[in-house]
Ligand binder design. Structure first.
Ligand code: ZN
Length: 644
């Protein structure tokens, strides 16, 4: 574990807006920053960041926390990993309390260090090595010059057996574990890459973790060489170019997915810095999951149709599971993006701009290849089209495309529907996809998540208006609201005065401490939240202390930090006092019914009633009202005071 003081130092040195805007474009609204929530799909923003408090809160899915939890949830890091990342950025050095736990981290760091040395060594070799001349020539012939070589830190692995191993003086273990080489039968170190142009691969945060190697024309071996998995590299989870493309992807919420290292570079050259590539493997669900952290739309810039029907079913499934749009850039036949970027960058841009939904793209291919001038040709095309359409899991989408097939192939749509159904309901219903796709799991989770979402909603006060006054409500909000009103309330709704008071207390704790007291709140989570807040020097300390013990109060504090109140402390104090006076009078009235000596209470009632009248009076000045509130508070803190 990391020393507590160091965690505090990292938090203090971190700007949460800086951290979050790497993933989500944020806009300043008043004293908060808002954006689209990266944790749930939405069209209008309900994600709020409080820069001063270092906290975020989503009013849609209730995700909340600080910069550390944000990185944990979004990047899949553990606590230590998230703190390390922030510490590196903030230049805070960390001390560890547990030597063992640090071991595997140290090993990872050592491997990344080793990779960094290798990237640099290979890179310099490409830039200046005499033997790298043919490699430079090849790259230039593909339109890749010095600027791109430097930006992507391309390298050259010389032909010798052990030049890197010798130059870096790596231990046998480091050489093997990093995937850079091996120890041969004669006990000598040997490089893995020889005579190849190297494309270093970085993790999403920019740490080097592996290489892809391309051979030169006219030499032996496979065109591309990828090392096997290492402790830091797994090609089914890694995307080439992501660390460089991340910022652009987040800005437009779109990623271009291609298949080659030079394709990524080509897209950069053509002004589309949002391209990534798989490293010698088909697109996996892990890749897609990784990309959905940054993008809501994927543009496939490879021959997606060539991957066949089962790949298509997977794409459609991912669209549904991750609420993602998958579209296909229609590249001229036989051209890869890297090539097109050199010969006709305008055509490349246009292909991306006019990308078609995946299903529409496949249908176009079918129509394009068919002879629609004959009855037989149209029937064949319709058959293929039905096959393709049946892969889509959404019946409404399927039906839309049937209309299209109907008009192009001149076949009654009813007949097409019947055909599609005859193709087997298996294709179009969920049980089969549950069996054949691992993706069914997360989708179920997502549903559960929506249920939870609804559960949480009805705990909120329906009369208190949208918590987020500045923002448009999401289209679903009204419908959810309607559901909320039909479900019974679990507990009395908190007053808006208490809510405002907590917002003010979070924002201006000194003022709140001076004016307010927990006794002005009704018993319940708002009072507990306020009490806890006053008991700790900072909001963060308070949340650390109660997050586990009193999640309800912690949730209210997170909400309060995400909202913003225009109310003044005086205003909040008066409203709390008015409510407290009303409650107190009701209690006193109740007490007189059972008291042995009702008269003894009447003086108290008269006193409180008088204060209440003043508190509500339109004629009394603010000073007078505040004084009445102060008197009431004094009475509450010491009942009987002033009436004895
Ligand atoms: Zn959310």
């Amino acid at each position: 574990m990391i020393n507590d003081d160091d965690v505090v130092a990292v938090r203090a040195a971190t700007n949460i807006v800086g951290v979050i805007s790497q993933f989500v474009p944020l806009k300043r609204v008043g004293r908060r920053w808002v954006g689209l929530c990266p944790f749930h799909p939405e069209k209008s923003p309900s994600f709020s960041v409080n820069e001063d408090a270092g906290l975020y809160y989503c009013f849609g899915c209730q995700k909340k926390g600080d910069a550390i939890t944000f990185l944990r949830d979004l990047e899949g890091l553990d606590f230590v990993g998230a703190v390390e990342r922030l510490a590196a950025k903030a230049n805070v050095s960390l001390r560890y309390t547990d030597a063992d736990a640090g071991e595997s981290r140290k090993r990872r760091h050592r491997l990344i260090d080793t990779m960094e040395q290798a990237v640099q060594w290979y890179h310099e070799r490409l830039l200046t090595g005499v033997d790298a001349g043919p490699a430079r020539g090849y790259l230039r012939s593909r339109g890749i010059g010095g600027a791109e070589v430097r930006q992507f830190r391309l390298g050259w692995a010389p032909n010798g057996w052990d030049e890197l191993s010798k130059a870096l003086h790596l231990s046998d273990v480091d050489l093997r574990d990093s995937g850079l080489g091996l120890v041969n039968r004669r006990g000598r170190q040997q490089d893995f890459f020889r005579g190849r142009i190297l494309f270093p691969i970085f993790d999403p945060q920019g740490a080097p973790i592996g290489f892809g190697g391309r051979k030169l024309e006219g030499t032996d071996g496979p065109k591309y060489l990828n090392p096997g998995a290492t402790a830091i590299y797994d090609k089914s989870k890694v995307l080439y170019g992501l660390s460089a493309a991340k910022a652009d992807i987040v800005t437009v919420q779109e990623a271009i997915v291609c298949e080659g290292y030079t394709d990524v570079i080509g897209f950069f050259q053509a002004g589309m810095g949002r391209a990534v590539a798989t490293c010698g493997t088909a697109l996996t669900e892990d890749h897609v999951k990784l990309l959905t952290r940054f993008a809501k739309r994927l543009v496939l810039a490879f021959d997606a149709d060539g991957a066949g029907q089962s790949a298509a079913e997977r794409f459609h499934q991912w669209e549904q599971t991750y609420e993602l749009d998958v579209v296909v850039a229609a590249l001229p036949p036989g051209k890869d993006p890297g090539e097109l970027a050199q010969t006709d960058p305008e055509a490349l841009r246009s292909a991306v701009e006019h990308a078609l939904p995946f299903l529409a793209f496949r249908l176009q291919r079918i129509y394009g290849a068919a002879d629609l001038s004959t009855a037989e040709g149209r029937a064949r095309a319709a058959g293929r089209a039905l096959e393709v359409i049946s892969a889509h899991p959404n019946p409404l989408v399927r039906d839309q495309y049937l209309l299209d097939v109907s008009s192009r192939c001149r076949i009654e749509v009813a007949q097409l529907r019947a055909q599609l159904e005859r193709r087997g309901p298996g294709r179009s219903t969920e049980p089969r996809s549950t069996q054949s796709h691992p993706t069914a799991g997360p989708r179920t989770d997502h549903r559960r998540h929506e249920w939870r979402h609804r559960d949480r909603q009805d705990a909120l006060d329906p009369d208190d208006g949208p918590a987020f006054d500045d923002l448009p409500r999401s289209p679903g909000a009204t419908a959810r609201h309607a559901i909320d009103l039909r479900t019974p309330q679990r507990r009395p709704a908190p007053s808006s005065a208490e809510r405002d008071a907590l917002r003010v207390a979070v924002e201006r704790p000194d003022e709140a401490a001076e004016w307010l007291d927990e006794i002005l709140f009704t018993e319940g989570p708002y009072r507990r939240a306020f009490t806890a807040l006053c008991a700790w020097p900072t909001l963060q300390d308070c949340l650390d202390a109660i997050d586990d013990d009193d999640p309800e109060a912690a949730e209210l504090l997170h909400q309060a930090a995400a909202e913003q109140s225009e109310a003044t402390i005086g205003d909040v104090f008066l409203r709390l006092s008015q409510e407290a006076a009303r409650r107190l009078l009701a209690e006193l009235k109740q007490a007189t019914l059972t008291a042995d000596d009702p008269l003894a209470l009447s003086a108290a009632m008269a006193h409180v009633a008088g204060l209440r009248t003043t508190l509500h009076s339109d004629d009394a000045g603010t000073e007078t009202k505040l004084q009445a509130g102060t008197d009431l508070l004094a009475w509450l803190l010491d009942p009987g005071e002033g009436t004895r």
